[in-house]
Design a protein around this ligand. Structure first.
Ligand SMILES: [Cu+2]
Length: 195
């Protein structure tokens, strides 16, 4: 397995870019309130490594350990940045069951070490407009969790990233895929997995 991708475009990480995604008009001004106690993070200005994972739920049981989880294999999309060819991974989506709501877990390999990525549930299959728009519980509503399902991913030194996120509501059959975007290229669609 190709463990190291070629360096991606070295873009500037900004708070705005971290929230954007998929070329839709995500509202870059509305950061979710940070539940962490004041002073909890000395790196609060390091947007590249902090807020990207703030929507995750690391204490939740990963979806792949839940009954009835569906699995999808990531495929690198044509729009992926150069050097992404070696990216591989899986995503799992579980609903209801013992944990209730929706649980999504992602494991990716072949990412650029130390780089951050975003993943969202999307409303269309990968073969339809690379996943189409974001899945939303309330269509036309907020483009942030909990109305959408987002994960933050940070590749470790080996280029591996894992994350789990949860939502209190069940997505039903409305979330057809999950799409990964580099946080410094939020309009880019790097990889997609069908559920
Ligand atoms: Cu997306």
């Amino acid at each position: 397995m190709n463990r190291r991708a070629e360096p991606l475009v070295a873009g500037l990480l900004t708070a705005t870019l971290l929230l954007a995604g998929c070329g839709q008009e995500e509202n870059g001004g509305n950061l979710e309130p940070d539940d962490a106690p004041a002073g909890d993070s000395s790196s609060s200005m390091d947007m590249g490594s902090m807020d990207v994972t703030s929507m995750n739920d690391p204490d939740a049981t990963p979806a792949y350990d839940l009954d009835g989880a569906v699995e999808g294999d990531f495929q690198v999309l044509d729009s992926a940045p150069p050097g992404s060819e070696g990216v591989t991974g899986q995503a799992w989506l579980a609903q209801g069951g013992e944990q209730g709501g929706t649980t999504v877990s992602v494991e990716l390999d072949g990412l650029e070490a130390g780089t951050t990525y975003m993943a969202h549930l999307h409303a269309q299959p990968c073969g339809t407009d690379d996943g189409g728009p974001h899945f939303q519980f309330e269509e036309g509503g907020a483009e942030t969790p909990p109305n959408e399902v987002h994960l933050g991913l940070e590749a470790d030194d080996e280029g591996v990233a894992t994350a789990t996120t949860t939502n209190e509501a069940e997505v039903g059959d409305g979330a057809r895929s999950i799409v990964v975007h580099p946080t410094d290229l939020p309009d880019n669609r790097l990889a997609c997995a069908d559920f």
